[in-house]
Design a protein around this ligand. Structure first.
Ligand SMILES: Cc1cc2nc3c(=O)[nH]c(=O)nc-3n(C[C@H](O)[C@H](O)[C@H](O)COP(=O)(O)OP(=O)(O)OC[C@H]3O[C@@H](n4cnc5c(N)ncnc54)[C@H](O)[C@@H]3O)c2cc1C
Length: 474
């Protein structure tokens, strides 16, 4: 009986707040014998939504293939829900927040960089990046743009293949997803924190924190990772996966600021430059990225730093001392830079060393750079500089090395590095290899994309596969 009531609550008020409020409404409707709300969604109210109107044939009643329960109303969960529903399943989407899709609102600085036309498995890291190959082939950036275009999102391709909605509003993407969930009859149950999942026979029993429960034939686990926990994905999903027998690889904050050695950082907080950063383990270069680099009071941030940050957690865990190389002047060769500085010094030999760089280097960085290059007298006339001293300056501007002490923590991170071991998931369906009928989608899986629309693409791609297979599995 609890199941019947619960499964119908969401039909009455998807996304409208507490399901307890919905339950009252449900009971009232039953007492009045008014099934209009259920009719709107095509649900005949048999409790559990096993019988629904055919999506195309108005009025025709057909037995649905599967009852799919989805844990987590984020990007992956919503895409999985829509796909499963479009493939004819009865779908219940459980979200702990009062509304679905909270994280989508903060993506792309509020603009939602929802895919990248260059999405490819090589843009991912994890135990086995090739795990993403099939999902991206089936539902890659083109399919994603087509899917969202049908919802009403006009795609706009920007630099490096990043795709945004023409509206430049993440909220518009979420509005259209929510409209579609409602329109196609997904049961969205909010304020529903899933606390326990049990495999019962061929199906699943899902229990909420308040003791209410749901049962279904298939279960898709899409509760996100640990990054930005204020959005609802606080890592509890890993415990749910573990409780079902799955292995979780070590977890680290990713696409996040790097904490670096250097007492000067507070002095230059907020300075932004264009340059190149590289990450080294000993003498080995692990990655190199170019773009806007921002100085913080702890170290560095900005897209190129974020890209490299996903490599840092595992290195530190292994007891390594990663080094960040900053190339502030990356638009000319070392020889050209040496010549430029020598010319500059020859033209105004009486200028103080620090002043001689004004107009070339950000003024706030000049004293810091000179100190890092080992100069103590910043007023020294540049005409007196030796070749070796000019070389020291060239070296710091092209090869400034700093020890990486760590990353900022989960509230600052955009993604999680690590997750459910991909070796335990079928890459063609996202179904668990350990628990038949259990599927995974999104960030909970050990796969991390680069900055630039790849992580949402993974959420859509894996959500699509999971939703489709969960709806159609025999
Ligand atoms: C600031 C920021 C900016 C970003 N910008 C971009 C970008 O522009 N482009 C890009 O590609 N990626 C971006 N990302 C990354 C991207 O948002 C995520 O990788 C993606 O949203 C993951 O989707 P998901 O559905 O797996 O998880 P989530 O979006 O985290 O959704 C999981 C949902 O599950 C719910 N949940 C968790 N546990 C439970 C439970 N026990 N019971 C019920 N519900 C539960 C959560 O409340 C949440 O709503 C950004 C991330 C951040 C933090």
């Amino acid at each position: 009986m609890a199941k019947i009531g619960l499964c119908c609550w969401a039909h009455f008020c998807p996304g409208k707040g507490s399901y307890k409020w919905c339950q009252i409404l449900f009971l009232e409707k039953r007492l009045l014998g008014n099934d209009a709300q259920q009719e709107k969604k095509g649900n005949l109210g048999n409790g559990g939504g096993l019988w629904k109107r055919n999506l195309n044939g108005k009025g025709r009643v057909t037995k649905l293939k599967k009852q799919v329960i989805i844990v987590g109303g984020g990007a992956a969960g919503m895409l999985a829900a829509l796909t499963a529903r479009h493939h004819g399943a009865a779908v219940t989407l459980l979200e702990r927040n009062p509304r679905v899709g909270k994280k989508i609102l903060v993506t792309g600085n509020g603009r939602c960089n929802f895919t990248n036309i260059n999405a490819d498995y090589q843009c991912f890291q994890g135990g086995n990046p090739e795990f993403a190959k099939h999902a991206l082939a089936v539902f890659g950036s083109e399919a994603t743009m087509a899917f969202f275009a049908k919802l009403g999102v006009v795609p706009k391709v920007e630099e490096e293949g990043k795709v945004y909605p023409w509206s430049d509003q993440a909220s518009s993407v979420l509005d259209l997803l929510r409209y579609e969930l409602d329109d196609c009859g997904v049961d969205v149950v909010v304020d529903a924190f899933v606390q326990r999942i049990e495999k019962v026979g061929d199906g699943f029993r899902v229990e909420l924190a308040d003791g209410a429960f749901f049962t279904g034939d298939r279960l898709i686990l899409a509760p996100g990772g640990k990054a930005k926990p204020s959005t609802g994905s606080d890592g509890n999903g890993y415990d749910l996966a573990r409780s079902l027998g799955h292995t979780i690889t070590p977890l680290y904050p990713g696409l996040v600021q790097l904490k670096l050695d250097g007492s000067f950082f507070p002095q230059v907080q907020g300075v932004k430059i264009k340059g190149t950063v590289a990450l080294l383990d000993g003498t080995e270069f692990l990655g190199r990225e170019q773009g806007d680099i921002i100085f913080g009071n702890y170290g560095l941030s900005g897209p190129p730093v974020f890209q490299l940050s996903t490599l840092v957690g595992p290195l530190l865990q292994a007891g390594r001392t990663p080094i960040l190389q900053l190339t502030m002047i990356d638009q000319m060769s070392r020889a050209e830079l040496t010549e430029l500085l020598r010319d500059r010094f020859r033209q105004a030999p009486g200028k103080a060393l620090a002043f001689s760089l004004v107009g070339f280097i950000n003024k706030r960085l000049i004293p810091v750079v000179l100190k890092a290059a080992g100069f103590s007298d910043l007023k020294q006339p540049v005409g007196e500089l030796t070749s070796a001293e000019t070389e020291r300056l060239v070296e710091i501007l092209t090869n400034w090395r700093m020890v990486v002490r760590g990353t900022k923590s989960w509230p600052s991170a955009q993604v999680t590095v690590g997750g459910v071991l991909t070796g335990e998931i079928n890459p063609e369906t996202m179904e668990s290899m350990l628990v038949p009928g259990l599927f995974f989608a999104g960030e909970i899986i050990d796969l991390t994309g680069r900055c630039g629309g790849f992580n949402l693409q993974w959420a859509w791609s894996s959500g699509y596969l999971a939703g489709k297979k969960a709806a159609t599995l025999d």
